[in-house]
Design a binder for this molecule. Structure first.
Ligand code: CTP
Ligand SMILES: C/C(=C\CO)CCC[C@H](C)CCC[C@H](C)CCCC(C)C
Length: 309
């Protein structure tokens, strides 16, 4: 329980410092968390298990990073505008780096893959605590969905997008990996948002884990997997380690902000389990039928739903 109070009370960490400056939440105000009934088909125990995670009720959790007396609509509109411009300039920046041959196109694509989703999820605490906040945030992946669709179908031309987001410069490539990627961000935002670890972990594994696997594996992955000659041990191990670290780090920030609370005595094992399942799924030779940008987040979501509830 102390682990819960520590985490939910913004005990420390990056956001925790900001949080405790803005809203020092007295520990006595934290919710009395009733034990969650035993999971229907996992971890059967006679004693009710300790709560794995609990979204902190709005009456207790103040909205993270709320600027005092800012109307929620204004705060959400400002955060959404900032996201739209950041997304545009991120892609533009990597296009320029690729065009000036500072980085290779494959590395540019992967860095956009890693940074876009992680920075997008990291922006969620900047939105208000309004019930509409998640839909404001969802406008950004939604707009990018249509942007990718339009340019992937060559209904309009955008060399910046094609250069920084495709392998070989074929606009049709936008209709696979990148399109699935923004759909996953859309689902994570609208279905899970910042009230559950499921969306955060799924985005961390798709962006951080899968992205690092590509960068490390493509360059240093000489020992290929016995069941998949296109993937390597080093790529998969990198995905597991970095995916776990990024997931745990993001969960720590979100709990420090009071978005939800976690029983940290078992949460780390659960993060490792989600990362292991996602890494195994990513290593399978199924990319031709199911893109990694779907299989990795789907595996993460299903596993996280089963163990975080
Ligand atoms: N577990 C992994 C994953 C990736 N890779 C390396 O990274 C490359 C690309 O990995 P992949 O996951 O297939 O990336 P994609 O998303 O399919 O590639 P892209 O992003 O270019 O679409 C692979 O060919 C391989 O060289 C690896 O060695 N081990
Ligand atoms: C190359 C990519 C996937 C293929 O594996 C990444 C595609 C990126 C999208 C086109 C852009 C997504 C933008 C995000 C929804 C918002 C990012 C905001 C952030 C603050 C930069």
């Amino acid at each position: 329980m102390s682990g819960l109070i520590g985490a939910a009370g913004g005990g420390g960490g990056c956001w925790g410092m900001i949080w405790s400056c803005i809203h020092p939440t007295p520990r006595r105000h934290l919710p009395k968390i009733s034990p969650i009934p035993p999971h229907p088909f996992l971890f059967h125990r006679t004693v009710p298990p300790r709560p794995l995670f609990q979204s902190v009720p709005r009456t207790v959790s103040r909205p993270p990073l709320v600027v005092a007396s800012t109307p929620p609509l204004l705060q959400d509109a400002a955060a959404t505008t900032a996201l739209f411009s950041s997304a545009y300039f991120l892609v533009l920046a990597f296009d320029k780096l690729t065009e000036s041959r500072i980085i290779r196109q494959s590395l540019s694509r992967k860095l956009v893959h890693i940074l876009s989703g992680l920075l997008f999820a990291a922006s969620w605490p900047f939105f208000s605590d309004s019930v509409h906040a998640r839909y404001f945030a969802a406008l950004v992946p939604l707009a990018n969905f249509f942007r990718l669709l339009i340019h992937g179908l060559s209904l309009a031309a955008d060399d910046t997008l094609v250069t920084s987001l495709t392998r070989e410069g074929n606009p049709k490539e936008l209709l696979r990996g990148p399109l699935y990627y923004v759909v996953v961000l859309l689902v994570s935002t609208t279905v899970f948002w910042r009230e559950s670890p499921v969306g955060v972990v799924s985005v961390a594994m798709m962006c951080g884990g899968d992205g690092i696997a590509d960068i490390i594996g493509r360059r240093y992955g000489f020992q290929k997997l016995p069941y998949n000659p296109h993937k390597s041990w080093l790529g998969s191990i990198s995905m597991f380690i970095c995916g776990s670290l990024i997931s745990a780090g993001m969960l720590y920030c979100f709990t420090s902000l009071g978005c939800f609370s976690l029983d940290w005595s078992s949460a780390l094992q659960r993060v490792l389990l989600v990362s292991l399942v996602a890494t195994i799924v990513e290593s399978l030779p199924i990319t031709e039928t199911l893109d990694d940008n779907l299989s990795v987040p789907l595996a993460s979501m299903v596993t996280a739903l089963m163990i975080f509830g």
